[in-house]
Ligand binder design. Structure first.
Ligand code: PLP
Length: 491
């Protein structure tokens, strides 16, 4: 199996010998004391500053080594279910790096018509893809989109005089943790809906849960087991008959592009995880964006500002095309982020959608579904539900899913998401995405099957071939050390 991480840092050592040999910090390699001359007042300046003193090749090698210790979508397959870790085409970075993309967000609308045209175009693309009538680009992540969507629903119910009465949000037990958290953060009672035996929404349970207290039902479709909610029209009727609204968690939209639209299924509000579906780099806390789309009745509540077209150019001077302005929706819930949201992330998403077009997006989701089903057919682990859309959830059975994940690292591939959703014991939630070819999928299947055949002792000692070995995650989380210097002082 391929493996070449940490070649330099560990000096080729394997096993215990290699443990703890990390790349030194720049300042540990060589530093020198410099006296800084500054026009600032003395009490604002430091004397005798210690700064790293290294040559360009030393620096280049340092950062290259660090990048080699990392694993990313540019290194190999990354089937981290629900996160849609696809390869991010580099042309989107080129677009985001254009000097004209770096406009100050406070500039007048007249002077940034090009950027406003892109924002307007993206609002339009997303509305068409989701079957929604109006979109706000402002929320900075999927979770922030959820919270925003809930505020929109709240404003709608308040306007109807039902704000106090509708104090519950229903969330299926298979949902992402952020759904529960967003609902609670917005002040709602969270009603957890148990899934049916087939892993989908249990209509009878939903009938029983929906009432005049229901503000919103939040649903992911296909759900987190990769299963399409076939009864979505009945689900929408049940929620709407109770006077509630239906919210679409767009994290799994990669399964539906060009195939089906949440708006056509009866959803009223949705967010788009553009960093997942439309391939902008994410993970490690990197910036994302979670635009929110709504049906026309809810457009007046969206966050401000949005962008609209107010006329057409006459072909003189600055050419043809639309004239755009920012505006505040009439009964806006306010701002949920600075300015237009994470502009460069949005710009990359726009470039990605424009480049793929209708045909490319439709093809992407078809291949994402094909790849998930092919990989599912190749691995030895038990997969309780199916057939799948863009991801599947296998069970590690008697093995510990977290150990399986650590051990997969030794085979040079990124592991799936583990232990969620909880309705599958020791869950291995796997989403290969459309970008992998058959060889890579076979390599992934080999890694799964090799690990499936291993004993508990081997699993518990993994990973053995990565720079950082088994990390005590509990202590790391409870006893945070955020500074290298404080660490040194303690020792
Ligand atoms: C990723 C994800 C979210 C949250 O989105 P972020 O952009 O990470 O905030 C919500 N629901 C599901 C199903 C997800 O996979």
């Amino acid at each position: 199996m391929r493996y070449d991480q940490a070649r330099w840092t560990n000096d080729g050592a394997e096993g215990d010998d290699a443990e703890g040999q990390y790349e030194l910090l720049l300042s540990e390699k060589n530093s020198k004391t410099v006296d800084v001359e500054s026009p600032l007042p003395d009490d604002l300046t430091r004397e005798n500053l210690e700064l790293p003193d290294l040559s360009e090749p030393e620096l280049a090698r340092h950062y290259t080594r660090l990048s080699q210790m990392n694993y990313g979508v540019d290194s190999g397959p990354y089937p981290l279910g629900s996160c849609t870790m696809k390869y991010n085409p580099k042309f989107t970075e080129d677009v985001a790096a254009l000097p004209s993309a770096a406009v100050h967000p406070d500039r007048s609308a007249e002077s940034v018509q090009g950027s406003l045209a892109v924002m307007h175009g993206l609002q339009d693309y997303l509305a068409r893809i989701g079957g929604m009538d109006a979109v706000s680009l402002q929320p900075p992540a999927g979770a922030a989109g959820e919270f925003t969507g809930i505020l929109v629903a709240k404003a709608f119910h308040e306007q109807n005089g039902e704000g106090d009465q509708r104090d519950e949000i229903i969330v299926p037990d298979s949902a992402h943790g952020t759904n529960f958290a967003s609902a609670a953060l917005a002040g709602y009672e969270v009603v957890e809906l148990p899934s049916g035996d087939d892993g989908r929404v249990d209509l009878e349970a939903l009938e029983a849960a929906a009432s005049r207290r229901t503000a919103l039902f939040m649903l992911t479709n296909p759900n987190t087991l990769g299963l399409f909610e076939r009864d979505i029209e009945e689900i929408a009727d049940i929620v709407h008959d109770a006077g509630g609204l239906l919210y679409y968690d767009g994290a799994n939209l990669n399964a539906l592009l060009g195939q089906a639209r949440p708006g056509d299924m009866g959803f009223d509000i949705m967010h788009y995880n553009v960093h997942k579906t439309f391939a902008t780099p994410h993970g490690g806390g990197g910036p994302g964006a979670g635009p929110v789309g709504v049906v026309s009745d809810l457009a007046e509540f969206l966050p401000a500002p949005r962008v609209r077209e107010v006329g057409r150019r006459d072909g003189e001077g600055r050419g043809t095309g639309g004239v755009y302005e920012r505006f505040d929706p009439e009964n806006t819930v306010g701002k949920v982020h600075g300015f237009a949201g994470n502009w460069l992330v949005l710009l990359k998403a726009y470039a990605y959608i424009a480049r793929l077009g209708d045909e490319g997006l439709t093809d992407a989701s078809a291949k994402a579904v094909l790849n998930a089903n092919y990989l599912a057919s190749q691995i030895d682990y038990d997969i309780p539900f199916g057939p799948f859309h863009h991801e599947f959830v296998a069970s590690a059975g008697d093995q510990d899913a977290a150990d399986v994940a650590k051990r997969m690292l030794d085979y040079g591939v990124h592991p799936p998401t583990t232990k969620w959703p909880e309705i599958v014991p020791e869950a291995l939630m796997t989403e290969p995405t459309e970008i992998e070819g058959k060889d890579t999928l076979d390599q992934l299947a080999e890694a799964f099957d090799a690990v499936a055949a291993e004993d508990d002792e081997t699993l518990a000692s993994a990973p053995n071939r990565t720079t950082a070995r088994r990390i005590d995650q509990t202590s790391a989380a409870r006893d945070l050390r955020l500074s290298w210097q404080s660490l040194e002082a303690e020792e």
